[in-house]
Design a protein around this ligand. Structure first.
Ligand code: P6P
Length: 338
């Protein structure tokens, strides 16, 4: 028995009806992002066929070699959103500075921050990769948007979502009224509602971390990992299964649907200068917003991700995200053992 067929466009419209003050600009902005996702999905699925794998010969602000798909995804999202008059400014993982609206085009009242293609090192091995985005209202009153418009804490997001390019392409988003998943039917080019009202299952199944880095983790995180594995004699628990892809969106998506925790803790390779790997603005904060609206929680190990006010566009952070009780337990271990 097939259920009702709801496209993402129809779903967004229905969400808008719940906000009478909505003018449709926000709704159209979400349409634009869904369209960009379809275009990127087509290129990702063709990557192996049209030989666009391999390096674009450029590096991004992170100093990482840019894959051609990175560049394509970044340009697609920027072009899709530069001329519509819906945005005041954008920020991308692939761009060192803010992306202004081109001269002569109107600015709008929203701000888009995004990681156009996260996990791109997995492209060559055909592992799932993803796009992550967050939408804010601009803070400045008019004219070209500024970096201040971008440096907002996750608690002020008006929408966040991700696209996972895997065995199928899914777009998951929230505007604060539930988390909803759509699966792309490539034969008609439509995202169809497949996962309404996603809630993180109470009973977690997995933990996801790169244990190859354990020697650089703090004592608290190492003890926490033993606890997840049921090896903590003081506080034995049913061991969780380890699942790690090394692609943030794929690891997050599995734990969102199945229950679990993903963590990328601070790296103490230089004991005096612990550092995070993941980016706060366009990776951790949008996913934290989604986790929150699915009944989960996200922390940097000491405080809620949603409360952190970014000081720079590409600021990095530690990230613990998933079932609230598992994330809070990590905070307890870190508070107790460092
Ligand atoms: P590691 C991919 O490069 C990424 O930014 C995230 O998608 C992923 O979670 C993380 O890095 C993986 O890092 O050090 O385990 O390879």
């Amino acid at each position: 028995m097939n259920g009702e067929i709801i496209t993402i466009e129809r779903h967004i419209l229905e969400q808008q009806r719940a906000h009478p003050e909505a003018t449709g600009v926000f709704t159209n902005l979400l349409y634009d992002i869904a369209l960009a996702a379809k275009i990127i999905a087509r290129e990702v699925s063709r990557a192996g066929l049209v030989q666009i794998l391999g390096r674009a010969g450029t590096v991004n602000v992170q100093g990482e070699a840019q894959m051609k798909l990175d560049v394509f995804a970044n340009q697609t999202i920027i072009r899709m959103n530069s001329y519509t008059g819906r945005l005041a400014v954008m920020a991308s993982e692939e761009e060192p500075h803010i992306i202004p609206i081109p001269e002569g085009y109107p600015t709008g009242r929203y701000v888009l921050v995004f990681d156009p293609l996260d996990g791109s090192s997995n492209i060559d091995v055909n592992a799932s990769i993803g796009t992550i985005f967050g939408i804010y209202r601009r803070k400045t009153s008019g004219g070209p948007g500024t970096v201040e418009d971008c440096l907002q804490p996750g608690r002020d997001l008006v929408a966040a979502g991700y696209v996972i390019y895997g065995s199928s392409t899914m777009l998951v988003y929230t505007t604060g009224s539930g988390v909803h998943g759509f699966t792309l039917d490539p034969s008609v080019g439509e995202f169809l509602l497949s996962h309404p009202n996603i809630r993180i299952p109470t009973e977690p199944k997995y933990y996801s971390a790169n244990q190859g880095n354990e020697r650089y983790w703090s004592e608290g995180v190492r003890r926490y990992t033993r606890w997840l594995q049921g090896l903590d004699e003081e506080d034995p628990r049913k061991p969780l299964s380890a699942r790690y892809i090394g692609s943030l969106v794929a690891d997050f998506h599995r734990n969102l649907l199945e229950g679990g925790i993903f963590y990328y803790p601070l790296d103490y390779k230089d004991p005096g200068k612990p550092k995070g790997k993941l980016r706060l603005l366009y990776e951790a904060a949008p996913l934290a917003f989604i986790a929150h609206h699915a009944g989960g929680y996200a922390s940097d190990g000491r405080r809620p991700i949603l409360e952190i006010v970014p000081e720079s566009l590409h600021q990095r952070t530690a990230l613990f995200i998933g079932n609230r009780d598992l994330v809070e337990k990590a905070e307890e271990f870190i508070a107790r053992y460092g």
